[in-house]
Design a protein around this ligand. Structure first.
Ligand SMILES: C[S@@+](CC[C@H](N)C(=O)[O-])C[C@H]1O[C@@H](n2cnc3c(N)ncnc32)[C@H](O)[C@@H]1O
Length: 373
């Protein structure tokens, strides 16, 4: 009830600015919403300029705007469509149980598939906040969720408590995290996620901040790189690979993804594994996790997100490799703020895997907030 009241008084896609008075803000909100409505759009996307990848609050420091550059979606302009297929769709809806009027967070919008489904369920009196670190993902998803009650925000799900505070939302009914990268990011040759891309090895989810992977490799010692590949890629041949990469970095400053994959392929003898997966798979995973601070961010989120949920609110996490899944399983089982609802992870059926082979390693775990007694 409290949420639908909130929504009635707070337009979707509002522009808020910390330094303005309430009256000024309300005027801006109304103006922005009128524009969006006139354009037939509800979904508006918002830049969230967090000044850090992980750690302290993004609200610290200089003047901070939650959504100053919020712009109605560009109508009539060509917008690349997402090629990403959302995974475990029926299972996510079954476990998150979105109902009309409720507020949900999709912490990893990607192509917008899950966001769209959640928004259709919560309807006009509800709201879905969609976050992504990748501005290109938000642009793409914007077209898909146009007309639905969605606010798209450029930011990290680990910063959700601050984002909700800025949006004047106290609690949400459910949160979805669908971890890893999207097929759209994989297909973008400038990002370097695919072994076949000629672009520089970048690997950042958010190309507007931080350093690309090719530059990180320039400054790491063999030992440091080997440890990173071993820890985040669970790659037994990490030392050999690190030696070859550091050697290659001496002669070439900006390695491309294809060159990196080829250096790794040549550095390791063929194994039984290499029939099943490309020999560079584990190293690319390790570099990507390191560049994006993925495990630290996940850990931060697992500590912080329960405080964002209503008493019976739920967190659903879809992971794609054992390091992520272990972190989620341990948090749901052992942290006092969570009560695991799924004893074993939920995995896709064979029909889904046939239709979308990328879904084969997906694991869904769900927990509810445990209120301390
Ligand atoms: C697997 S895709 C999500 C796909 C999405 N569920 C769909 O249906 O299209 C993962 C997305 O999470 C984003 N991402 C990764 N880490 C993030 C973080 N800490 N905060 C917000 N988004 C993040 C990536 O940029 C990527 O777009």
């Amino acid at each position: 009830m409290i949420f639908s009241n909130f929504l009635k008084s707070t337009p979707i896609g509002a522009v808020t600015r910390r330094s303005k008075s309430n009256g000024e803000m309300a005027g801006e909100m109304a103006g922005e919403m009128a524009l969006a409505r006139a354009a037939g759009e509800h979904a508006v996307w918002t830049r969230y300029p967090f000044n850090r990848i992980m750690g302290s609050s993004p609200l610290q420091g200089q003047p901070y705007f939650l959504s100053p550059t919020s712009a109605p979606l560009r109508r009539g302009q060509p917008m690349a469509e997402s090629c990403h297929l959302p995974v475990l769709v029926a299972e996510v809806l079954e476990w998150l149980r979105p109902e009309p009027g409720q507020i949900f967070v999709d912490g990893t919008v990607g192509g917008g598939g899950h966001t769209q489904l959640l928004a259709q369920r919560v309807g006009g009196d509800g709201l879905v906040l969609g976050l992504d670190r990748d501005p290109a993902a938000l642009d793409r998803a914007g077209g898909r969720v146009a007309g639905l009650p969605v606010r798209l925000i450029h930011g990290s799900y680990a910063d959700l408590p601050e984002i909700l505070a800025e949006q004047r939302i106290t609690k949400v009914h459910g949160i979805l995290l669908d971890l890893g990268l999207s097929s759209d990011q994989l297909a973008d040759p400038d990002r370097g996620f695919s072994f076949h891309s000629d672009g520089p090895l970048d690997l950042r989810f958010d190309p507007t901040r931080g350093e690309p992977a090719w530059r990180m490799m320039q400054r790491l010692s063999v030992e440091h790189l080997a440890n990173l590949i071993f820890e985040y890629g669970e790659e037994r041949r990490s030392r050999r690979i690190a030696r070859a990469l550091v050697e290659a970095c001496r002669t070439k400053q900006r390695l491309t993804a294809t060159e990196t994959a080829e250096i790794i392929r040549r550095a390791v003898p063929p194994s039984r594994d290499s029939v099943r997966i490309h020999p560079a798979t584990r190293t690319f995973q390790a570099l990507r996790i390191a560049i994006n601070g993925e495990l630290t961010i996940l850990d931060t989120a697992l500590r912080r997100l329960s405080s964002c949920l209503t008493p019976d609110g739920r967190l659903a996490v879809i992971s794609f490799h054992s390091l992520e899944d272990r972190a989620v399983k341990d948090a749901f089982r052992h942290r006092e703020e969570w009560q695991a609802l799924t004893r074993k992870p939920i995995v896709p059926g064979s029909a889904e895997v046939d239709e979308n082979p990328r879904s084969r390693s997906a694991k869904l775990r769900v927990a509810t907030r445990r209120i301390p007694t």
